[in-house]
Design a protein around this ligand. Structure first.
Ligand code: GLU
Length: 468
């Protein structure tokens, strides 16, 4: 199944395409050649689902791949706003409504200067499969803008959010499309957007998730992506009879996902030693304990500062400017920053240094060459669609509470999150066992397993609903 290419890296992805998946990949390339992240996300899925396509000819007969790679609707719009100096500013807003076969479109909004249609299509495509894995009734979507909240005042962010929602409100609704946060969109931005939606529509509904507790938010939603990723990793470790006690963990990012990953790792007896942002990473060999994490949360969420300040505050720590943490020796790695933050060489370094588990809190943080390295090494690798699905799953729980007009306790939501992550793990594992030739003994190819499990539910639902 594996082949070594000239760089010494196994080319797992290039050799398992069937005629059907190759033909669709060629078409996707021809139509979307410049959308490199979208092509990467599609290739990862198509390269892993051939076994179910071969076993079930109905998918090709119903042109499921042709349809599933095409968003149902793409909306782009102008977002004009005024900065604090009175200057007019214009950004581009988007919502990609990718697939509604199993529920209303659901997925976050990203505000970051790198946002473009290709990035949002990759995120929307991944969201379709991820949401399917959660077992909840959510289709897939994603949106955002090329707006950079970094360095903006609260008033500027508010004016931007109000302008963004003035257009987005006509396309979304609690039974149509339910956005949430992603990079650059947290509680503050969700609040401003919710306020504007309510003013324009005169409706108090669960149209966004990630709301504050006082006005319809769910307990555990802020923690859910990070906690869920660690729960998923715990399930992977259990297949080897291991736990987190004493394990050294590298974590990238320093936003919501990274923060709650560190919190849960500490609770389970692991030692998280790194955090990062776009300027570099900090390494604290003594461990980022609960007290230091509280300081980081204040730095990032209240003072909106930079992670380099950690090394000034805690003398045992070092800041490495312009670098990523994958050269630090660890047992487990939690990429929790952004897409393509681990390449083939970095994946090789991680494994050479003894890393035996990678669980992806960010979306598509490892490039295809890096994934090849994980699969060849047969480490425990939890791909993003499965490992970080706890965030959107808890958004699904927020939607359920909003519909019931009830609030569940912290313990109830956490217990549901834990059981959803175990179901995702077991479902990926059983699909890998059934269809993926390399999943034998105590090894599971979770990429193949989760892509197939996510795909089958959406594809069957599309067939049930006819040619729409
Ligand atoms: N942006 C998150 C994700 O990538 C959460 C989406 C949501 O809660 O709708 O899954």
């Amino acid at each position: 199944m594996l082949r070594i290419c000239s760089s010494g890296v196994t080319r797992w992805f290039s050799i398992i395409m069937s005629d059907y998946t190759s033909r669709i990949m060629d078409q996707v390339r021809a139509k979307n050649g410049h959308e490199t992240e979208f092509l990467q996300a599609v290739q990862e899925v198509l390269a892993t689902i051939s076994p179910v396509l071969a076993a079930q000819p109905k998918y090709e007969a119903n042109a499921i791949l042709e349809r599933i790679v095409e968003p149902e609707r793409v909306i782009t719009f102008r977002v004009p706003w005024m900065d604090d100096k009175g200057n007019y500013q214009v950004n581009r807003g988007y919502r990609v409504e990718f697939n509604s076969a199993i529920g209303p479109y659901k997925g976050g909004l990203r505000f970051h200067p790198s946002v473009n249609l290709g990035i949002l299509k990759f995120l929307g495509f991944e969201q379709v499969f991820k949401n399917s894995l959660t077992t909840l009734a959510m289709g897939g979507g994603k949106g955002g803008a090329d707006f950079d909240p970094k360095g903006k005042s609260d008033n500027e962010v508010m004016r931007f959010c109000q302008s963004f929602m003035s257009e987005l409100q006509r396309h979304i609704g609690p039974d149509t499309d339910v956005p949430a946060g992603d990079i650059g969109v947290g509680g503050r931005e969700i609040g401003y957007m919710f306020g504007q939606y309510k003013r324009l529509r005169n409706e108090f509904t669960g149209v966004l998730t990630g709301k504050a507790r006082n006005w319809g938010g769910s307990l555990i939603r802020p923690e859910a992506t990070g906690y869920g990723t660690v729960y998923f990793a715990q399930n992977m470790l259990a297949t080897k009879g291991e736990d987190f006690v004493g394990k050294v963990c590298t974590v990238s990012g320093s936003g919501n996902v990274a923060q709650y990953t560190v919190e849960k790792l500490n609770e389970l007896g692991a030692k998280p030693v790194t955090l990062s942002d776009s300027a570099g990473f900090i390494h604290d060999p003594a461990g980022i304990d609960a007290e230091k994490l509280a300081w980081v949360m204040d730095l990032k969420n209240v003072r909106r500062g930079r992670i380099s300040e950690y090394a000034k505050q805690f003398p045992g720590a070092t800041f490495y400017a312009g670098q990523r943490p994958w050269g630090i020796t660890c047992d487990c790695a939690f990429p929790s920053a952004t897409q393509n933050e681990i390449n083939g060489a970095e994946a090789t370094t991680l494994i050479k240094n003894g890393c035996g588990l990678v669980a992806e809190g960010a979306n598509m943080p490892t490039d295809l060459e890096g994934i090849d390295v994980y699969l060849e090494s047969k480490i425990l690798y939890g791909p993003a669609k499965a490992a970080n699905a706890g965030g959107v799953a808890t958004s699904g729980l927020e939607m359920a509470q909003n519909s019931q007009r009830l609030n569940w306790t912290r313990e109830e939501v956490d217990a549901k999150l834990k059981s959803i992550m175990k179901n995702i793990h077991d479902n990926a594992q059983s699909h890998a066992r059934e269809y993926s030739a390399d999943s034998k003994g105590d090894y599971t190819n979770y990429v193949a397993g989760s892509n197939m499990a996510g795909f089958v539910k959406v594809a069957d639902s599309m067939i049930d609903q006819g040619l729409v």
